[in-house]
Design a protein around this ligand. Sequence first.
Ligand code: NDP
Length: 247
Amino acid sequence: MNFAGKVVLITGASSGIGAAAALHFAKLGASLSLSGRKLENLNKVAEECGSAGQKPIVVVGDVTNEKDNERILGETISKFGKLDVLVNNAGILESGTIENTSMEQFDRVMNTNIRSIYHLTMLAVPHLIKTKGAIVNVSSVNGIRSFPGVLAYNISKASVDQFTRCVALELAAKGVRCNAVNPGVTVTNLHKRGGMDEETYKKFLEHSKTTHALGRPGTVDELANAITFLASDMASFITGASLPVDG
Ligand code: NDP
């Protein structure tokens, strides 16, 4: 795989899977635009990428805000003049069932996990058509199967998978591929940021050894491998796929 001369925009690049993907793309020669809300974290990831390859640009923004998305894409295009790969990775997890998920919570999860992807992709498509580029959406195994206690999250990720298939069909004739990766439990801060306390998280990780056939949760590097693969020419005959990376 080689991304020399390719411009890659990653959302949620300030931590976890997005940060790891940034480092992998940097090592493979990509010119990177990294986005997220926390400037300090983004700068740290950009420094690491700079040591491995070219120093990325950093664009702070909230993907639920349309003006921010216009700026994220606008600054990427004004710096590099084109876009080859869009990685829609930013996401949040919140707990709740049909009996206790408020509309506010539902909207927050849907706005972050799918509405933002719709909007940023819509803005990026004219640029991706020019480069015959690729989109990689970070979904979840929760997009393929239902899991208890995270209703809005399940729905948002199933929407990401359907969005992926639809956009793949719509853009195939224009040379743009669109795929999703569907992580199983991966060691990041996602669950704790979603409200899981340290003790429960430890138990959750322990339990994940029994729910994944390979007997362990995934690593961010294993996810980054799948993301770079689907974005690369190695995946030139793959579009509309949802790739489980779930052991
Ligand atoms: P992290 O919490 O480490 O990363 C989430 C990233 O999303 C952060 O960079 C965060 O940026 C960004 N983000 C969240 N909300 C917004 C927003 N409104 N605007 C801009 N950026 C935002 O978790 P992961 O790395 O685990 O999550 C990455 C993706 O992987 C998510 O889509 C998640 O659903 C998916 N996933 C993760 C799994 C896991 O077990 N970890 C399993 C299945 C799927 P900042 O911190 O700067 O706000």
